[in-house]
Ligand binder design. Structure first.
Ligand code: NAP
Length: 308
């Protein structure tokens, strides 16, 4: 358990990554503060009930970030992106500005450790996709800060695979890789456990850039695992040429998988030492992914991630 009295400020605590980080930090005994847009929302209320101090604010309002950062030990920084389409309405420039503002105010506030969440697509030069190249710009800024910083690069979230629109309701699953090609995935709850381990050991992780994943699966693995979990056949195929021709966003992501830019390079054995509870896709599907998977089996609809 941590003996720190100073809190860690978590951005995006009502969302996937920030929520996971919040719960893992609380479990490790940290005081957690969260900047939230709407302290009256049910998700904010759940954070308050869990013991999180809420500070109202907005990423577009540096003064609110400054207020939230007063006296913190550490900062977990994650931003919404244009890849999430109309959900938050942010541009790539917004994302970069938010990420740099958080980083600069962390220094100004005397924070002892900043953990920035990027993506595993960063690292081999520009990708040509705005919501990845934005993160390369934030990473460069974070790396030059005069305080201990750690950059994590999460793989594609397991949670994304059970969003409606990939065909599960029709007994099929279409995704980016060829059937024999592998891709790393991360369970969002593993992100929190790894970030908690990072805050617990700033000497080891200060200055580090860590690719973060939970498991590696091929299309054939997904076919077997989805069939097993559904109790009925689910066939796997890459997105068809027609789908890719009509959806440039999916087509560019598929190209990046082929170019080994999105397939992932995380060292799963090393991550398992940091987080012994690292989840396989099978165990995630049987556990926290079960509800969304069951819903996706019965939910038609088009995948809209990445579309304005
Ligand atoms: N999906 C993937 O496979 C994947 C993989 C690697 C990296 N990523 C990256 O992960 C990031 C998204 O993380 P996530 O999935 O954890 O996000 P998320 O679940 O959509 O949550 C976004 C959080 O940001 C908050 N927020 C949005 N706009 C805000 C603003 N103007 N001021 C303050 N807070 C604001 C939201 O708060 P409210 O409750 O107020 O809405 C929410 O807490 C993106 O940059 C994406 O590119 C995604």
């Amino acid at each position: 358990m941590s003996s720190h009295k100073q809190p860690i400020l978590v951005f995006g605590a009502t969302g996937q990554q920030g929520g996971s980080v919040t719960h893992a930090l609380l479990a490790a005994g940290w005081h957690v503060r969260a900047l939230v847009r709407d302290p009256g929302s049910p998700k904010s209320a759940a954070l308050r009930d869990a013991g999180v101090d809420l500070v109202p604010g907005n990423l577009a309002d540096p003064e609110s970030i400054r207020e939230a950062m007063r006296g913190v030990h550490g900062v977990f920084s994650v931003q919404p992106s244009s890849g999430q389409g109309a959900l938050y309405g942010v541009s790539d420039e917004d994302e970069v500005r938010y990420g740099i503002t958080i980083a600069d105010i962390a220094v100004e506030s005397g924070a002892g450790h900043l953990v920035y969440s990027s993506t595993n697509a960063v690292g081999g030069g520009p990708t040509g996709m705005g919501h990845f190249d934005s993160k390369a710009r934030i990473e460069a800024h974070v790396r030059a800060l005069p305080i201990p910083t750690t950059i994590i690069r999460p793989a594609a979230f397991m949670e994304m695979l059970v969003m409606p629109g990939f065909g599960l309701d029709e007994g099929r699953f279409n995704f980016f890789m060829r059937p024999d090609q592998s891709m790393q995935l991360v369970a969002v709850e593993d992100i929190g456990r790894i970030v908690a381990a990072i805050f617990a050991d700033p000497v080891r992780f200060g200055g580090a850039t860590l690719d973060v994943a939970s498991d590696s699966v091929t299309g054939q693995d997904l076919e077997a695992l989805f069939t097993e979990a559904a109790g009925r056949p689910v066939t796997y195929a890459r997105f068809t040429d027609d789908v890719l021709a009509s959806n440039p966003f999916l087509a560019k992501l598929t190209d990046l998988v082929d170019a080994a830019r999105l397939s992932g390079n995380a060292d799963l054995a090393a991550l398992r030492e940091i987080n012994p509870g690292l989840l396989s896709f099978r165990s995630w599907l049987a556990g926290s992914g079960r509800k969304a998977f069951t819903e996706a089996l019965g939910a038609s609809g088009a995948w809209s991630y990445g579309h304005a």
